[in-house]
Design a binder for this molecule. Structure first.
Ligand code: TYD
Ligand code: MG
Length: 458
């Protein structure tokens, strides 16, 4: 027998309560609770997954089945996915509205269909002809690509049985609904239930499902963070809407690493892969002779990326000086400033410090410390860091320079892009490769400052 239930659900975090309250006790947001009526059949779709599963086995009796990874035609996307789309998995692609999610997926769909796979693209936000227009612009054409403008998930399931696609795309999860529950599409209950059903389709029918989700202003996948734990892979498509550069970042992946990033460029005719992002970031560098500009080598998954860090240090007009960081963790900046004050003797207590990582990259590894420290120190002293120099190293609280992971890959990237000099931590062993770049090893922060300043400007 069907059960009828009413509850109040926070549209921000998915918190549920039987009574209305103004402030969500879970995420602290005000006025986000909405009343939702839920009508469920006695066996929910989540339970049916369990019912369909095989017998309980001993771990040493289970045979490993190698997961099949389907290339998407974009190396940048494959890398972020951990080698390709895993058959029977559910991938959530999230991003701001208008960032290019539909474009990326339509191009990917075109690539996949060219390789002979059947794909059903459910456009719940656009009409078939809108998708066709976009496909023409993107030069996507295939007799394996089915487009279905539909918002009802049950109708989609009927078509799946009819067409039998190997890949299903839902664009977007906020616009589809299931008749199983009565709340409006886009509500937490609907999104959660629809994802449950789609997960069921992926696992039981062995169809790869790609779900597109919009994120809210504060960066959550609209409504539910609750979605993230349900799906196999979560990737974010990010970038400044007013610039053409786009970053693909995986934040959860049951089949690969989450360190990888993919870089794309939004052009007239769709997205183009950027296979050498360092080159792109370096091209954006305009004023190489301004104090406070430093190139660092950041390690992102299997590759190294060269990015510019800029610092601005100036006398403050505030009662307490400002510290602003873009693209790096705020506490990391405070720690580096503290080391510069104590170990180098910079007096930054009357100075504002702004640090900016260019290219929309988020740096969250300590290997960038030395670069950031040198950007601040050289800006403070108004000297220019040698524009041909790349800086790598972690700074300890004592002002010593510590070794970093993937050092050789970073040096190699600097050499590849034509830099002449690289400053790295002092090593106890010899470097295994013969590099065609001047390598300066430093053990203390003060030595690095002397080494990075170009001779003619110092
Ligand atoms: P879209 O994929 O519709 O974004 P989303 O699905 O994430 O909401 O992308 C929309 C933007 O992309 C739009 O502002 C125009 C731009 N765009 C291009 O610059 N070139 C193109 O070839 C296409 C199709 C879109
Ligand atoms: Mg879209």
């Amino acid at each position: 027998m069907a059960k009828v239930k009413t509850k109040w659900v926070c549209q921000n975090c998915g918190y549920e309560t039987p009574k209305y309250i103004g402030k969500c006790p879970d995420c602290g947001s005000w006025g986000t609770l909405m009343e939702e009526t839920e009508v469920r059949s006695s066996v929910t779709s989540a339970q049916s997954v369990v019912l369909d599963n095989g017998p309980v086995s001993l771990i040493n009796e289970i045979e490993i089945t190698e997961s099949i990874k389907l290339p998407t035609g974009f190396e940048e996307l494959d890398r972020v996915l951990g080698g390709g789309l895993v058959q029977g998995s559910l991938v959530l692609l999230a991003g701001d509205p208008g960032i290019g999610k539909s474009t990326l997926i339509l191009q990917t769909a075109g690539n996949i269909c060219t390789s002979g796979k059947k794909l059903l693209y459910v456009c719940a936000e656009e009409s078939g002809s809108q998708v066709k227009l976009r496909a023409q612009r993107l030069n996507v054409n295939s007799d394996k690509l089915y487009v279905y403008s539909q918002t009802n998930l049950e109708a989609v399931i009927n078509q799946i049985d009819e067409i039998k696609p190997e890949i299903l795309v839902i664009d977007s999860i906020q616009s589809v609904y299931t008749s199983e529950i009565t709340s409006s599409s886009g509500s937490v209950s609907q999104i959660r239930e629809c994802t449950n059903i789609l997960m069921n389709i992926a696992k039981n029918k062995n169809i790869t499902v790609i779900v597109i989700g919009h994120v809210t202003k504060d960066g959550n996948i609209a409504g539910p963070k609750v979605l993230e734990h349900m799906v196999d892979t979560v990737i974010y498509f990010e970038g400044d809407k007013y610039k053409s550069q786009r970053l693909l970042r995986s934040i959860k992946n049951r089949f690969g690493s989450t360190n990888e990033i993919g870089v794309f460029n939004m052009a007239e005719n769709g997205l183009e892969e950027v296979t050498n992002p360092s080159e792109l970031f370096m091209k954006e560098r305009t004023d190489i002779s301004s104090p406070g500009s430093v190139i660092i080598a950041s390690s992102e998954g299997t590759r190294a990326l060269l990015v510019e860090v800029q610092a601005l240090v100036g006398a403050t007009s505030y009662p307490s000086p400002r510290r602003v960081s873009t693209g790096l963790e705020f506490n990391r900046l405070l720690q580096i400033i503290a080391v510069l004050e104590k170990r180098i003797g910079l007096n930054l207590s009357k100075h504002d410090v702004y640090v900016n990582v260019t290219g929309g990259i988020e740096i969250d590894e300590p290997a960038a410390d030395l670069g950031i420290a040198l950007a601040i120190a050289t800006c403070y002293r108004n000297v220019v860091v040698d524009p041909n120099c790349v800086i790598i190293g972690e700074v300890s609280l004592s002002g010593d320079i510590r070794n970093v992971s993937n050092l050789e890959k970073r040096i190699y990237e600097a050499q590849k892009l034509g830099f002449k000099k690289v400053i790295i931590p002092k090593l106890n062993k010899k470097l295994s490769d013969n590099y065609n770049i001047e390598i300066i090893q430093v053990s203390r922060l003060i030595d690095a400052i002397t080494a990075c300043v170009s001779k003619q400007k110092a």
